[in-house]
Write a protein that binds this ligand. Sequence first.
Ligand code: SF4
Length: 192
Amino acid sequence: MDFQELKSGILSCRLCWERFGFEPRPVFFGNADACIVQISQAPSKSVSATLKPFDDAGGRKLRKDWYKISDEDFYDPSNFYMTCAGHCYPGKAPGGGDRLPPAVCAKKWLFNELEAVSNKIYIIIGRKAAELFFKDEEFTSLVFADKKINGRPAYILPHPSPLNVKWFKENPRFLRERVKAIENAVHEALGI
Ligand code: SF4
């Protein structure tokens, strides 16, 4: 499947309509020549409305405080290819929070996207996205490790959402020590 075909396939995908109980709205962004592939769990409800990934408080923290890049660099399709374990907002779970991304989505789309993009590094955001690649490894250890996917450097990040308070409280070392390594890797990959 070539890249254009793949993009059209994702955009028109409605596989989970019945499961969600509403029409799915697939979200992804970027070109096949993007320097960085960024993979997160699934779009939030607000991102599902705008179809613009990380256009929320968590996204602002990610690009301003962690990557330290401008909005223009973040939303340059030759810089970032942004995708998710589940490409569509999955709805609310009965006990609160969003439902988990449907496993079918990564199998059908994500792994094909990873083959199509010629990135330099990977950034994986959040536990559920990390489990796709490092199933048996403990999440917090992954955040502080230099990992590889497809032979290329991979950095694992906690979710930057303002709701993710507990993890940051328990791991102050992330902001003190790890964020600088992420910033450096992003700047090097983008050549800025
Ligand atoms: S979550 Fe993935 S598989 Fe399900 S409808 Fe959206 S794009 Fe298709």
